[in-house]
Design a binder for this molecule. Structure first.
Ligand code: HEC
Length: 555
């Protein structure tokens, strides 16, 4: 997932709180209240209750905790000291409540009798001989949770990869049959660890391309958009402002820069309207609302006051990508989920989110264009060649290193992309087990599966004249980088080759890499991509607070 995990709201911060941390601070079993601790199992000491519990366990718990309670991947063993030390009342309390954010469902819907029988069985596990040795568990592929030590981890199983193996020009393809089972590995907490860029460290592009610093000392540079007249618009989201760059010097730097608008609430998406060479408005997706400013070619500062276009839900995934259809009749705005994987029927904060919305730009009443898309807020773009809307999506976390792939795809109108019940077609999310079977067949498999946890953000279609002809029409997308993978992945710009067809084959390529140092520390995180009038590619980076310019020299 994510769009800057560092800046998620407290709601999300709770969801991603490290499991280890929770356990470390919790002297009681999962912070169970004293009243729970004191509760007695009405079936205490009854063998028949253990037998009944065993059958209920097989039906409800075995799929995750294993036949003998040995656990697997992200799912803990039930044979551990903690469970043994817990009172029956504490285990009953925990099972009833679950730990949804960490993947343990709540079982409160089972009758209390059955829950106590399950407790009888679980408590019998540690002491009884029916507990097999844990050796039967398949070994996870990498040790989680340790940043620098993790660098010694073995290479991930192909086609999955991590920053150590990213190399400009390398083609990758992930298919549905490559997906592991949920919880095949543990879920890592491996974000942050940002360091300042040293002057001799540069992003790395394929042979024949040159990388230069276009702008630096920005404040949280995020979305980029080239205006019809060639000016470059940038959202400095946390600073609440939109900045414009004008012209280009002979050494590839802007001739002038100015703040176009300020005092906005985390602005992100920027788009000019109507499409064509003579726009009248610039639309901006703020965290809480869509707004627009009057705009004429060449304006470096807003000349009129801001107009409200539509309200948007605030908080959670907060980036609001904005785009217009080729004919200008439709506006699109992407609104990601509030949480990792909450069911909208249980968490009212998820209502009307995880969608791409659409409206008439002149009289905007937002309607659903496509849904079940966890977080498309980092990037949507219309393919100028086909007119199709595409999106770049952050999928869900906490199912292990190699699930769930982020993706880039063209978007089908009224299409359902699975979240939160299904993923990558009809794969059931174990945290939403049994829900909405009728949607299984509807869940669309996206066009291009990316490395899980890449945090794919802005995408742009290359229509410049500078890069070699085979790049024309291809997608460039910024991969902000993982926090939920033992060894980092993402932290690069990728190319999705469309082979002049306007459609994807499922492949993508590493294009601009080198934002992570060999020891795993991060100095750069790509967010925005746009093509400058001279055909060079601009990439914003909110770790080094700069914009990179990639141009083709052929040398
Ligand atoms: C979808 C997978 C899944 C299913 C099904 C499941 N669990 Fe869990 N369970 C988990 C995960 C993941 C955790 C770790 C949660 C945490 O640490 O907050 C967990 C934690 C637990 C714990 C606490 C263990 C500890 O050491 O902290 C107990 C006890 C437990 N589960 C019992 C059960 C029982 C009994 C059932 C069946 C009624 C069940 N679980 C079904 C995934 C599952």
């Amino acid at each position: 997932m994510h769009v800057a995990i560092r800046r998620l709201t407290p709601v999300i911060a709770v969801v991603v709180l490290p499991i280890a941390l929770l356990q470390a601070v919790d002297k009681k079993f999962h912070n169970a209240p004293d009243s729970a601790r004191a509760q007695k199992n009405p079936f205490e000491g009854q063998a028949s209750a253990v037998e009944a519990g065993k059958r209920l366990y097989a039906r409800n718990c075995l799929s995750c905790h294993g036949k003998t309670g040995q656990g697997k991947g992200n799912v803990p063993s039930l044979l551990n000291e903690k469970v043994e030390a817990a009172t029956a009342g504490e285990v009953f309390w925990f099972i009833t409540r679950g730990s949804k954010a960490n993947g343990m469902p709540a079982w409160g819907f089972l009758p209390a009798t059955q829950r106590w029988q399950i407790v009888s069985y679980v408590k019998s596990l540690g002491s009884s001989s029916n507990a097999a040795p844990a050796a039967a568990t398949p070994a996870p592929t990498a040790e989680p949770n340790v940043t620098t030590a993790a660098i010694k981890a073995p290479p991930p199983p192909a086609p999955f990869t991590d920053f150590r193996y990213e190399k400009p020009g390398t083609t990758r393809k992930i298919t549905v049959k490559d997906l592991p089972q949920p919880y095949f590995t543990k879920s890592a907490q491996n974000g942050g660890d940002e360091v300042a860029r040293r002057a001799n460290v540069w992003p790395i592009a394929p042979a024949g391309f040159k990388v230069e610093l276009y702008a630096s000392d920005l404040k949280n540079p995020r979305w980029l958009r080239t205006a019809p007249n060639g000016d470059i618009f940038l959202a400095e989201s946390e600073a609440g402002r939109i900045r414009v760059f004008h012209g280009m010097t002979s050494d590839g730097k802007p001739e002038a820069t100015q703040v176009f608008a300020s005092d906005l609430k985390r602005p992100y998406g920027i788009a000019f309207y109507p499409p064509g060479t003579d726009p009248q408005w610039v639309y901006v997706g703020n965290e809480n609302e869509l707004v627009r400013f009057p705009y004429r070619n060449g304006d470096m500062k807003a000349t009129g006051s801001v107009q409200h276009v539509a309200d948007l839900p605030t908080g959670g995934h907060w980036t609001r990508a904005v785009e217009f259809s080729v004919d200008g009749k439709r506006m699109f705005v992407a609104v990601g989920s509030e949480s990792n994987v909450d069911d909208p029927e249980e968490n009212p904060g998820e209502k009307e989110r995880a969608r791409i919305l659409t409206c008439n730009p002149e009289a905007c009443e937002l309607q659903v264009y496509a849904y079940g898309i966890r977080n498309p807020g980092g990037g949507i773009a219309v393919n100028p060649q086909t007119g199709e809307l595409w999106c770049s999506v952050n999928e869900r976390d906490a199912l292990g290193d190699d699930l769930v792939p982020d993706y880039i795809t063209h978007v089908q109108e009224n299409g359902f992309y699975g979240w939160p019940w299904w993923y990558i077609g009809g794969h059931q999310d174990p945290r939403q087990k049994g829900k909405h079977p009728e949607l299984k067949e509807k869940a669309i498999v996206p066009d291009v599966l990316l490395q899980p946890h890449n945090a794919s953000l802005e995408l742009t279609f290359y229509q410049g004249k500078q890069f070699p002809a085979e790049y024309y029409g291809d997608i460039f997308a910024a991969e902000h980088g993982s926090w939920n993978k033992a060894v980092r992945t993402g932290y690069e710009v990728i190319r999705v080759p469309l082979h002049q067809t306007g459609h994807a084959t499922g492949e993508y390529q590493d294009f601009l890499t080198g934002f992570v140092l060999p020891d795993g520390k991060v100095w750069g995180r790509p967010v925005g991509t746009t093509v400058a009038p001279d055909g060079s590619l601009l990439v914003s980076d909110d770790a080094s607070n700069s914009i990179w310019r990639v141009s083709y020299t052929g040398k």
